[in-house]
Design a binder for this molecule. Structure first.
Ligand SMILES: NC(=O)c1ccc[n+]([C@@H]2O[C@H](COP(=O)([O-])OP(=O)(O)OC[C@H]3O[C@@H](n4cnc5c(N)ncnc54)[C@H](OP(=O)(O)O)[C@@H]3O)[C@@H](O)[C@H]2O)c1
Length: 429
C-alpha cells in the first residue's frame, strides 16, 4: 500500500458533508485498504466557520473554498455545497488545478452536466456523481457501467422521497394533499419551502441526468416535461383504488418505439397495485429499468438523508481514488447517440379523465364522439349521477398526449361538460 495519503477537499459540511467526513474518519483503515492508499481530509470549506462541527479538526475549516481547490496538492474535491454557484466555478477550478471531483449536486449536473464533463475531460480528470440521483441507491454506475453492453429502453422511477411520503400518506390515510404535506413537514420529510419537491423540479433534474446516461444522449433540464403533484386529491386516490391503482410522482425516461427519439417527463400517474413501484412506501425511492437484454431491473432504497447519501459519495470517492492511483480516469460523458428529445405531445400512454357533466340523456354519446374525433379510443367509462349533475370517469387506451390534449380542449367546450375534474396518466402496465 502507498503510504503517502490522497488528499481530499470537502466543500460543504452540512447534512451530507458532515456524514462524509464522519465515515472518512471512522472507516479510514478500510477505505485505505480498499483504495491502496490512505485518504486524508485536507480541508473543509463552509459558510459559517464558527459553527461547532463534531469530529472535524477546526484547523481544517475555511470559508475560502476557492483557495482550497486551488491549492494544487488536492487529489479529490468532494462538492456537497449544492446549488449552481459557487459550486460550478469551484468544480471547474478544481479540474484546472489537478483534482478530480465527486459531487451530489443534481441541480448543477442537470443544468450544466455537459460543460462540467467537458471540463473534466479537458483536464483528464474524473467527475462522479452517484449521490445526485436517488441518494444511496446505486443507479448511475449500474447505468453507466453494468448496463454499458445493453440497450436501455425505459427508466421509470420514484426519485423524490418527499413526494412519495406525501402521496403514500394520502393513499393509506385518505388525507388530502395539505394535510399530508403538513405531516411530512412536521416529521422533517418536507422542507419549509417544499416547492422544489412537490412541483417536481427536483425529480425533473434527476430525470434529465438519468435519461442522458441511459440513452447516451444529452438531455437538458428544459427537455424534461414537468407537472407537480399539488393538484392530486383524495378523490383521485379513490378513483385510482377503484381501478386497482395507486398514485405516484414518477420520473419517466423512454426511448420511442422506433428507437429514433427519447422523452423525459415528471408527473403524477396512476400505476397498478401489482407494479413493484406501487409498493414503495414512505420516503423511499425506487427506479425500474427496462433494457433489451437484461429485461426488468429494480433499484430500491433510501433516496436521501445524510448517511445514505454519504454512502454514495464515499463509493465515488473510492472509485476516483483508485483511478487516481492507477493513473486512469473512469468513463466520462457518453452522448454519442445524440437522439432528439421529443416534446410531451409525442408521449403515448393511457389516461384517466374525470369529468363533471350534466345528468341528462345523450351526454355520454356526445363525450364519446369527442374522444373518437380526436382518435382517442375509450377503454372504460363509469358514470355516477347526483341531483341533475353527474361525474363521468373515462379511461382510455394508449394515445398521444397531443391527441388527449385536443380531446380535453374540445370536451371543455361542450355545454354539457361542467368541468374537467382531473386528468391523470396511467403508467406501468
Ligand atoms: N440532504 C440530502 O438528503 C441529499 C440527498 C442527495 C443529494 N443531496 C445533495 O447534496 C448537496 C448538499 O446537500 P446538504 O443537504 O448536505 O446541504 P446543507 O445541509 O445545506 O449543507 C450545505 C453545506 O455547504 C456549505 N456552504 C454553503 N454555501 C457555501 C459556500 N458559498 N462556500 C462554502 N461552503 C458553503 C454550508 O456551510 P454552513 O455549514 O456553514 O452553512 C453547509 O455546510 C446538495 O447538492 C444536495 O442536492 C442532498
Amino acid at each position: 500500500m502507498r503510504t503517502r495519503p490522497l488528499k481530499v477537499a470537502l466543500l460543504g459540511c452540512g447534512v451530507v458533508g458532515s456524514e462524509v467526513a464522519r465515515i472518512m474518519t471512522t472507516h479510514a483503515d478500510d477505505l485505505a485498504a480498499r483504495i491502496g492508499a490512505p485518504v486524508e481530509l485536507a480541508g473543509v470549506a463552509v459558510r459559517r466557520p464558527d459553527k461547532v462541527r463534531e469530529g472535524i479538526d477546526p484547523s481544517l475549516v475555511t470559508t475560502d473554498a476557492t483557495a482550497l481547490v486551488k491549492r494544487g496538492d488536492i487529489d479529490v474535491v468532494v462538492e456537497v455545497i449544492g446549488g449552481i454557484e459557487p459550486a460550478r466555478t469551484l468544480i471547474t477550478t478544481a479540474f484546472e488545478h489537478g483534482a478530480s471531483v465527486v459531487s451530489a449536486n443534481k441541480a448543477l449536473l442537470a443544468q450544466d452536466g455537459a460543460a462540467l464533463h467537458a471540463a473534466a475531460d479537458e483536464n483528464d480528470k474524473d467527475l462522479y456523481y452517484e449521490a445526485a440521483v436517488a441518494g444511496a441507491i446505486p443507479l448511475i454506475r449500474p447505468l453507466r457501467e453494468s448496463l454499458a453492453g445493453d440497450k436501455v429502453n425505459r427508466v421509470l422511477g420514484i426519485v423524490n422521497g418527499t413526494t412519495n411520503f406525501i402521496l403514500d400518506a394520502m393513499d393509506t390515510t385518505g388525507a388530502g394533499y395539505q394535510e399530508a404535506l403538513d405531516e411530512a413537514t412536521a416529521l422533517g420529510y418536507a422542507e419549509a419551502d417544499p416547492t422544489a419537491d412537490v412541483e417536481g423540479f427536483d425529480a425533473a433534474a434527476k430525470a434529465a441526468i438519468l435519461a442522458g446516461i441511459a440513452f447516451h444522449t444529452r438531455v437538458r433540464l428544459d427537455d424534461v416535461y414537468r407537472e407537480g403533484m399539488t393538484e392530486v386529491t383524495a378523490a383521485d386516490f379513490a378513483s385510482a383504488k377503484e381501478m386497482g391503482c395507486t398514485i405516484k410522482l414518477l420520473a419517466i425516461c423512454e426511448r420511442a418505439a422506433d428507437g429514433a427519439s427519447v422523452t423525459a417527463r415528471v408527473h403524477p400517474a396512476m400505476i397498478p397495485l401489482s407494479h413493484p413501484l406501487a409498493n414503495v412506501r414512505g420516503a423511499y425511492n425506487a427506479v425500474f429499468v427496462e433494457s433489451d437484454a437484461a429485461g426488468q431491473l429494480m433499484f430500491y432504497g433510501p433516496g436521501a438523508g445524510g448517511s445514505p447519501t454519504a454512502s454514495a459519495v464515499l463509493g465515488d470517492l473510492v472509485a476516483v481514488c483508485r483511478n487516481r492511483l492507477s493513473g486512469a480516469t473512469g468513463p466520462g460523458e457518453s452522448a454519442y447517440a445524440a437522439l432528439p428529445v421529443s416534446p410531451m405531445g409525442d408521449v403515448v400512454t393511457r389516461y384517466h379523465i374525470s369529468l363533471d357533466v350534466a345528468d341528462k340523456p345523450g351526454v355520454l354519446a356526445q363525450v364519446a364522439t369527442v374522444f373518437a374525433e380526436h382518435g382517442v379510443s375509450i377503454d372504460t367509462v363509469r358514470q355516477q349521477g347526483k341531483d341533475g349533475e353527474a361525474s363521468l370517469v373515462v379511461v382510455t387506451h394508449r394515445a398521444s398526449d397531443a391527441a388527449l390534449g385536443g380531446t380535453v380542449e374540445a370536451l371543455r367546450k361542450l355545454d354539457t361538460v361542467r368541468g374537467v375534474a382531473s386528468i391523470m396518466r396511467v403508467e406501468g402496465e
